[in-house]
Design a protein around this ligand. Structure first.
Ligand SMILES: C[S@@+](CC[C@H](N)C(=O)[O-])C[C@H]1O[C@@H](n2cnc3c(N)ncnc32)[C@H](O)[C@@H]1O
Length: 408
């Protein structure tokens, strides 16, 4: 069934969407399928994946749930208009045809974010500005007054997406990106995005048996996301605010019930979740973040180099994000990845190890044959999420052969 976006005909009356809306969830490249599964589990229908997006249908309840519960969504957008656009003048005119006075009020502040791909219009800031002008001018024409823009903390977030000649105007129900979970009070060098960390845990198929270890935990993002997953803590549990709470149709009771029901499902988890880093600064930051999340009793935090770590239960999973080498000499980065391989081979037989790295050349020095490689983006860096199975006994950790050194 083709995916139906809102058209001008439907725009005549914005309220009709409430029966079931076409919605868009944004995510990180490589996590689309994981997010699609999360959305289906919440009851979203007609779920389709695209490039860094998942399109689906759902009602207000799904919007609230997706914001609160999806670990791998960056934003949940509610499209309110789709039209063809070839230049900024046409954009201005068509944005003005949406009845913005039905969408928000004069006392609310707003901001416009624009993204553009493969369009003759190349300046996203100018596109955002023209959209803002159209909204403001419409208010002025109709009501004689205009709402104000707040780029820091607006109450209404408008999203413009132009792909070739197709323009989609949406209300962003999330506001600040959902990776801003609210538990991180500080970060160390190269912290991983929370949504990516949660996505890696889901992609790994973690079965929650044995230990979960991040031996290079930095600010503690991966073990915190693992603890949230294990204890069933909702992704939005620590966040103070979502933009949909400012919408004119916000249903306070529905939101309260969704949170209460999800929070009641938070459970105990008994297997070890272990976070360690050789840097005392990283250890201290991870400790603050764990404390802020109230997870200091659920995650064991250690200040040790990986080479001195020992397995806890003899089985489980390591999932970590070693340095990629931007700050290290070539020989040091090779030595680091060789050390990772040696420690895995000698100490972690019976475990599986997952490593995300933006330095696939260095990763070959681990000297183990990957049983899986998944292409992902860590920020702008093309990265590989690599799995090593560390067999016990006679099925020794498989050594990498020269033919394995070709990157997949
Ligand atoms: C890319 S950062 C990890 C970022 C982390 N995932 C986060 O979200 O903040 C890599 C970390 O590996 C740590 N590290 C490097 N070599 C190590 C070693 N031999 N043993 C333990 N930790 C090490 C660094 O101190 C750094 O904190």
């Amino acid at each position: 069934m083709p995916f139906l976006f809102t058209t001008f005909a439907a725009m005549e009356n914005l309220k009709t969407y409430e029966q079931g809306m076409d919605l868009t969830a944004k995510t990180i490249s490589g996590l689309e399928e994981v997010l699609a599964d999360e959305l289906k589990a919440l009851g979203a229908t007609e779920v389709q994946t695209g490039k860094r997006v998942v399109l689906f249908r759902g009602d207000k309840e799904i919007i609230y749930k997706a914001n609160y519960l999806c670990r791998t969504a960056l934003r949940i957008l509610k499209p309110i208009g789709v039209f063809t656009v070839r230049n900024e003048k046409e954009l201005y005119e068509k944005v003005k045809r949406i009845d913005w006075t039905q969408v928000f009020g004069l006392r609310q502040t707003f901001m416009v974010n624009a993204t553009i791909s493969q369009s003759s219009m190349t300046h996203s800031l100018y596109v955002a500005l023209k959209t803002k002008d159209a909204i403001v001018d419409q208010f002025r024409d109709k009501l004689g007054k205009r709402p104000y823009v707040d780029k820091e903390n607006p109450t209404i977030y408008v999203d413009v997406h132009i792909n070739r000649e197709k323009c989609t105007i949406s209300l962003d129900s999330s506001g600040a990106s959902l990776h801003k979970r609210g538990y991180r009070v500080a970060t160390d060098k190269a912290p991983i995005n929370e949504v990516l960390a949660a996505g890696l845990i889901k992609l790994s198929g973690w079965n929650k048996e044995g230990d979960f270890m991040d031996p290079m935990c930095g600010s503690g993002t991966i073990p915190i996301e693992a603890a949230m997953e294990a204890l069933n803590i909702p992704a939005g549990y620590y966040r103070k605010h979502f933009a949909f709470e400012n919408w004119h149709d916000f249903d306070h009771d529905l939101w309260h019930d969704i949170k209460e029901e999800a929070n009641n499902r938070i459970a105990e988890y008994d297997n070890p979740i272990i976070a360690s880093d050789q840097s005392f600064k990283a250890f201290s930051i991870a400790r603050s973040n764990l404390k802020n999340a109230g997870l200091q009793m659920d995650v064991t935090l250690i200040n040790k180099p990986f080479e001195k770590m020992n397995p806890e239960s003899g089985k489980g999973m390591l999932l970590f994000n070693p340095p990629y080498g931007e700050r290290l000499e070539e020989k040091d980065i090779i030595a680091l990845y060789k050390m990772i391989g040696d420690v895995l081979k000698t100490k972690f037989k019976g475990y599986e190890a997952w490593m995300i790295t933006g330095n696939p050349a260095a990763a070959k020095f681990v000297g183990l044959r990957p049983s899986k490689k998944i292409k992902l983006y860590n920020g702008q860096i093309e990265s590989k999420f690599i799995k090593f199975e560390l067999y016990e006994g006679s099925r020794k950790a498989k050594k990498q052969t020269p033919s394995d050194t070709k990157s997949s």
